[in-house]
Design a protein around this ligand. Structure first.
Ligand code: ADP
Ligand code: MG
Length: 591
């Protein structure tokens, strides 16, 4: 049975389930659907986006209460109140996101606990929201004259929505926007260097996750027809996270699996535990906790990947293999400036890390159509210079000009937009994506399809264009045959080459390469040199950091030498070779 058959079978079973399952299991199926929606949001936010939230239940509550009040007091139709509820959810998420998403480390999860608690107490104390007693007699959802007031009818409504959500998120994750979302966990610096506005992408994911929770809240309140603060408190916020992590936070299927297992187990435990141990009490929570800890100890990525293994290994396909839309040509990004003119100018730049001066009063320029090498012993400040040029960490003082613009204080993604692209000394890629998909991240700025198009998979032409462009650059650097292997499986040297293809995919006018030849064999180095020469021939300007003197001497036009954060020499390769200060620096160092 292949993947598609599995999905089809699942849908048929779901359609039959309300008719063959006993009422109690239908209820569990319904709750699984409701919880799955919230958990799907958490997969996006936590599993894929790397932002932990204990506060999703609050978003469920905001939409539930809004809809309940509008329908109860104002006689609105649930189909109308849905949108108002979701609007409140978006508004709250935007405000909370703007305030908290910049927080690093444990502060974000802590702040989600704070807002997770606040709605519970707010709802409990506000008369308008019915206090702790809650609101009852809420209308059920009508569908073309049919009232969705039985468990069986509700199963269809909730699961159609769950399946649509899965389909849309699946599409999103396979799109250009989705690739930038995947970068949020462990690839933020790289994504920014490829032009991704990381702060905005984080906010987008946060709002999406909140929206999914909001839809769940709306369904919940009109199914239950009663609402009080309990399901929107911190306990549920934590439980949603448990479901996601238990099922597998990195997988859409994990959300459903986790929601299903916890809902079912809780129901059984509530029923049978008192019989087993002979007394009443909330022991189910304790048993669930132990089970979760045990499972996560055994399967830290959650249960979904284990289940998927039983299915047999599945070659991860990129969308390029899935659809055959005609590729739209990608826009070219600006012309190369005239050969010999100044592209990049660094003026008296200094970078301090506390007491350490990593770059000290360094000035140099890169001219259009040249390859300039930045060399120097380890720790000389070369990578730090790259970082201040590309906006990864701005200079403490001094100025950087790029194509006539002052970019000293610009953010990485803004600089990328101007036409600078780079690779990293410590390779930064998404090991779980294919080589092709990783390179496609480089083309981020050349696509424009937004969220809606990505979710409905209406950006096929553009996506195909991006993937073709990625393939073209892979072919160019000699990695064409490996396009569909996972990037994490490449040898380290090839991963560096992948980074060059990715940087080229942005169609830059200045390329910054940090030790691109490290780890390459002689033949591969020669091939790389040839590619770089070709790029120079096309008018591209290249600034590269390199250790291998031989590689540099034959290839580059000019050399800048750094030592202990300072520029000690600058000139043609032949001049540098015989420069006394350079010889001293190299012979004097431990290399
Ligand atoms: P190179 O690339 O020439 O080998 P680097 O630019 O990586 O050198 O490092 C220059 C100096 O700055 C080193 O002493 C390094 O330890 C220090 N350094 C680099 N990045 C940081 C940082 N983020 N915080 C503190 N010190 C740093
Ligand atoms: Mg370095």
């Amino acid at each position: 049975m292949n993947h598609r058959h599995g999905i089809a079978l699942g849908i048929v079973l779901l359609a039959l389930a309300p008719w063959v399952l006993p009422e109690s299991l239908v209820t569990i199926l319904n709750y699984t659907g409701l919880f799955s929606l919230v958990a799907l949001g958490l997969v996006l936010l936590t599993g894929i986006g790397g932002m932990t939230s204990f506060g999703q239940a609050a978003f469920v509550g905001i939409s539930a209460y809004t809809s309940a009040i509008l329908c109860n007091s104002w006689g609105w139709s649930p189909w109308l109140s849905l949108w108002v509820g979701l609007a409140f959810v978006v508004l709250t998420a935007l405000i909370l996101g703007a305030l908290t998403l910049r927080l690093a480390g444990h502060y974000l999860p802590l702040s989600t606990i704070a807002w997770g608690l606040s709605l519970y107490y707010l709802a409990g104390n506000l008369k308008l929201l019915g206090g702790h007693t809650g609101l009852s007699g809420i209308t059920s959802i009508g569908f073309f004259g049919l009232s969705i007031d039985t468990g069986r009818r509700f199963t269809y409504l909730v699961w159609v929505i769950v399946l649509l959500a899965i389909w849309a998120i699946h599409n999103l994750l396979a799109s250009r926007l989705g690739r930038s979302i995947r970068c949020l966990r462990g690839g933020r610096t790289m994504a920014a260097a490829m032009g991704v506005n990381v702060a905005r992408t984080k906010l987008l994911v946060f709002v999406l996750a909140a929206l999914l929770a909001g839809v769940s809240g709306w369904l919940y309140v009109h199914f239950q027809r009663f609402v009080n603060p309990t399901p929107f408190g911190l306990t549920y916020g934590i439980e949603y996270l448990f479901m996601t992590v238990l099922g597998g936070a990195g997988y859409l299927g994990g959300a459903i699996l986790g929601a299903g297992i916890i809902t079912l187990l809780r129901e059984w435990l509530v029923e049978y535990l008192p019989v087993l141990i002979g007394q009443q009490g909330n022991y189910e929570t304790l048993v669930l906790a132990v089970l979760i800890i045990f499972t996560l100890h055994r399967a830290p990525d959650g249960l979904w990947p284990r289940l998927a293994q039983l299915w047999g290994p599945r070659e991860r396909k990129s969308h390029s293999q899935n659809h055959t839309a005609a590729a739209l040509p990608l826009p070219q990004r600006g012309k190369h400036p005239e050969r010999g003119t100044t592209v990049l100018q660094l003026t008296r730049a200094t970078k301090r890390f506390g007491g350490l001066v990593a770059v000290n009063d360094v000035s140099f320029e890169v001219r259009a159509g040249e390859i300039l090498a930045l060399i120097g012993p380890n720790g000389a400040g070369k990578s730090t210079t790259f970082n201040l040029l590309s906006g990864v960490s701005p200079a403490t003082s001094g100025q950087v000009n790029f194509l006539g613009q002052d970019i000293t204080q610009m953010e990485s993604h803004q600089i990328a937009k101007l036409g600078m692209s780079r690779s990293f000394q410590h390779v930064q890629l998404l090991p779980q994506l294919t080589v092709l998909e990783n390179v496609a991240i480089g083309a981020h700025l050349r696509g424009s399809a937004g969220l809606a198009k990505a979710m409905l998979h209406l950006e096929r032409g553009e996506e195909q264009g991006i993937l073709q462009e990625a393939q073209r650059h892979l072919n160019r650097v000699g990695l064409g045959a490996q396009a569909h292997t996972l990037a994490g499986n490449l040898a380290l040297g090839d991963q560096r080459i992948l980074e060059i293809a990715r940087a080229l995919c942005a169609d830059p006018c200045l390329l910054l390469l940090d030790e691109p030849a490290a780890g390459l064999r002689l033949q591969e180095k020669q091939a790389l040199a040839k590619t770089l020469q070709q790029l120079r021939g096309e008018g591209l300007s290249i600034l590269l950091v390199e250790h291998d003197m031989e590689f540099v001497m034959d290839l580059v036009d000019r050399i800048v030498v750094m030592e202990f954060g300072e520029k000690i020499a600058q000139g043609l390769p032949a001049e540098i070779q015989s420069h006394p200060a350079v010889i001293e620096a190299y012979l004097g160092s431990v290399e």
